[in-house]
Design a protein around this ligand. Structure first.
Ligand code: IMP
Length: 501
């Protein structure tokens, strides 16, 4: 007869944290959100760690280059999705890597004969108000001048006029030469009171741009995740089918962390693929495995596949229908608690700490906090990041409100990229994910700022200064349906209700 577990599957919303002693030093400013990602031996440090415990899901609707840049700047890491060609995934990695250098390739360019109307349209499309003018309108053409939104008045000037009449011509532009250091470039921007410095090669061709705002951004983002070359860090989803082709290209492009993107990672395929990756690229490559929902599967990935971290979660994702389609999965809180206990036991036994990531189903900040208190070293989220301005999808207006499309990697929409890959075709298909919309909530920086403030505040309530202390000290209690109701507001009319009346 099949084994039936006594414990029911529990979710994060069934738990609350009981505050511990808040000491004088327990103030948010003292809280450190360092989170190890790569496994490490007792007494040593993880070779790769996050500065905030948040990573974005390897999904088409979530982790593109822009989101990866925004998240790495805040101290987290994005996993660029692998449900695309190897070349385009590597291109996204390259875009992230180029970004940090401070020398940004110019992607909004005009020809001298382009009209101001074309300039306005380009600016709307790319969101950039500084547009270099090159002889052929490319980012590497001969540099002729620069046009910004300060050079003309959209509703007053003749928009049919060529940009060459309004631009600042090259002889009046302060520019740098290829080879200039970022420090020197910033110094030039400061001395000459400029916002943007075009960098030209010896033939006068445009190579890149350096912006004052990027320098300011850098100062404002002290937790940036950087690689050893001081470029932004980025992760990549990988799969067990084409890893022998994909992994070398991603590593060459600069991927810092690889993670298997699979709803069920307790497989020999994943073990073989992880071992091959390790054998081919050595100890330095950081490999994540998963997803799993119990201790046995954790031990398999830690011990046999020798992965660096293990991802937990089957069927809890907001777009996920794996549980109803296939009957596999486990309540996320029960799964996490089981795996965390196995991680701690494995550490006691072997002296190796294998970090655990809670993936999917985090519906709000409270659940993120509970997951970390319960022992997740870091969390992976899809919906949370899909709702931000930086996710790769366009905004859509529905009923007067702004939304963004969000779909599962197991939906037909995501799988369509494989249409031309005959090997992946099978006769019978069913979806494991849905295709829908999520509200737009604003910039990643703002949204994360709120979550981090709440997390730090709760950690202070629990008397913890680090995430390690938080998971060690946290006391969690299960809530009954009644106390759940008690936790909401009672007998109070909220503004929303008043307004909606
Ligand atoms: P969310 O944060 O609740 O939106 O969940 C995101 C997680 O759902 C991802 O990191 C994946 O683990 C999982 N996921 C992504 N696409 C699918 C799908 O199509 N079916 C089931 N799970 C999915």
């Amino acid at each position: 007869m099949a084994k039936i577990l006594n414990e029911v599957s529990r979710t994060f919303s069934e738990f609350l944290i009981i505050p511990g002693l808040t000491k004088a030093e327990n103030v948010p400013a003292n809280v450190d959100l360092y989170a190890p990602m790569a496994k490490f031996k007792r007494g040593s440090k993880s070779s790769f760690a996050l500065n905030i415990p948040f990573v974005s899901a390897s999904m088409q609707a979530v982790s593109g280059a822009d989101l990866a840049i925004a998240l790495a700047r805040k101290g987290g890491l994005a996993f660029i999705y692998c449900s695309q060609s190897i070349e385009s995934q590597a291109e996204m990695v390259a875009r992230v890597k180029l970004h940090k250098a401070g020398f940004v390739p110019s992607d909004s360019n005009l020809r001298p004969e382009s009209t101001l109307a074309e300039a306005v349209a380009l600016s709307r499309k790319t969101g950039h108000s500084t547009m270099p003018v090159t002889h052929d309108g490319t980012g590497t053409g001969k540099f002729l001048g620069i046009l910004t939104d300060k050079d003309f008045w959209e509703f007053e000037d003749n928009l049919h006029a060529p940009v060459s009449r309004s631009m600042t011509a090259k002889e009046n532009v302060v520019f740098g030469k290829v080879g200039i250091s970022l420090h020197e470039a910033n110094k030039l921007l400061r001395q000459r009171k400029k916002e943007c410095l075009p960098i030209l090669d010896k033939n006068g061709r445009l190579q890149s741009l350096v912006f004052k705002k990027d320098y300011i951004d850098h100062i404002k983002n002290p937790y940036e995740m950087l690689d050893e070359k001081k470029r932004l860090a980025v992760g990549c989803g990988i799969n067990t089918h084409d890893f022998k082709q994909r992994v070398p290209v991603l590593i060459e492009a600069g991927a810092d962390v690889l993670c298997f993107d699979s709803s069920d990672g307790y497989t020999q395929f994943q073990c073989d693929a992880a071992r091959w990756t390790r054998a081919t690229f050595g100890k330095k490559v950081v490999i994540g495995g998963g997803n799993v929902v119990d201790a046995e599967a954790f031990r398999y990935l830690a011990q046999e596949a020798k992965v660096d971290f293990v991802k937990v979660g089957i069927g809890g994702g907001s777009i996920c229908i794996t549980r109803e389609q296939k009957g596999i999965g486990r309540g996320q809180a029960s799964a996490l608690a089981d795996v965390v206990a196995a991680r701690d036991a494995y550490f006691r036994k072997t002296g190796t700490y294998v970090p655990v990531c809670s993936d999917g189903g985090l519906a709000n900040d409270t659940q993120i906090i509970i997951a970390l208190a319960m022992g997740a070293d870091f969390v992976m989220m899809g919906r949370y990041f899909a709702m931000t301005t930086e996710s790769p999808t366009p905004k859509v207006s529905i009923g007067g409100r702004l939304y963004k499309p969000y779909w599962g990697e197991g939906s037909n929409r995501a799988r369509n990229w494989q249409r031309y890959n005959a090997e992946s075709e099978s006769d019978f298909k069913f979806e494991e994910g849905i295709d829908g919309y999520v509200p737009v909530v604003g910039s990643l920086s703002d949204v994360l700022g709120v979550t981090i403030a709440k997390l730090k505040s709760t950690m202070c309530n629990a008397g913890a200064l680090t995430l390690g202390e938080f998971m060690k000290n946290a006391v969690l209690t299960r809530v009954s349906d009644q106390s759940f109701v008690e936790g909401g507001t009672s007998n109070i009319k909220t503004m929303d209700q008043e307004v909606l009346k």
